[in-house]
Design a binder for this molecule. Sequence first.
Ligand code: 13P
Ligand code: SF4
Length: 326
Amino acid sequence: MNYQDYLYKIKDLLITNDAKIVAHYYVDELVQQLAEDTGGFVSDSLEMARYGMQQNESTLIVAGVKFMGETAKILNPDKKIFMPDMDATCSLDLGCDYSEFKYFCDQHPDREVVVYANTSAKVKSIADWVVTSSIALPLVEHLTSMGKKIIWAPDKYLGNYILDQTGADMILWDGSCIVHEEYKTIELKKLKELYPESDILVHPESPRSIIQLADVVGSTTQLIEASKKSNKKYIIVATEKGIFYQMKKLSPDKIFMEAPTEGEGATCKSCGRCPWMNMNSLDKILNVFNSNTNEIKLSHDTILKAKKSIDRMISFRDNKIINKAS
Ligand code: 13P
Ligand code: SF4
């Protein structure tokens, strides 16, 4: 089947099931295109979470990874949330086991617990705050200005970036993203030498030595905006390559390059491609309602507890926007 065949069939399926597709910028470009062509939404993890709350449809198909589906369920407990592949997870989520993390938090009862959105619903349920990469820095600045000490989990690289920027009193969980930790510093320097007229855009899940070479550090949405604003012809990008679909659409005349993942010590577990984001496909979306194993189910108790810390993030984000406007 070609793309048009999928589009025709899936449009029909969405109407029959009163559903919309919400996709992340990292999924395959055909899946992003499908979300757009069927009246759905493509964005970063924070806006994906907010989007579902504004929709009337009873069902959402979350084309991303499991923590995104769980967040959609927590914020929309009355909606049915489906995922094209329930095995699509994230190395940060896998690296932060609920019981171990609870034990860690219990050792530091004087600290505010801030967890990245890339965690399970159970981990979120014991957090004071949930953050995404777009809101982590201002939130930690805010907590620090109130004299709070922080536990940060699970991404040590993002944690170190925030620490470097804010000087916050933070202790870090030892997790990492298998995609971003593969970028290679020496090779990135060499690429910059070859293309001095370039901007380097970096997601803050990358190691410190990569962040130090960046012209812009930011969430996926912030990097897409930076690629559009840049007056350079060449844009080097250190984040999952699914993002090029949106960047190229906005700036068809620019030349986009992947930050290198090959070089000394390379493992190429990912080579710039998230194996879990990549499990989303047109075929799996077409078959998403065919079995009853693709629906996100969470206990009422977990939803209630995790919702508190996600709601706090959303109202912090909304207040910041209101304050900026006034
Ligand atoms: P964003 O919050 O920037 O969309 O990132 C999500 C993610 O999984 C990055 O690897
Ligand atoms: Fe997780 Fe990294 Fe994949 Fe994002 S790119 S979902 S952080 S493994």
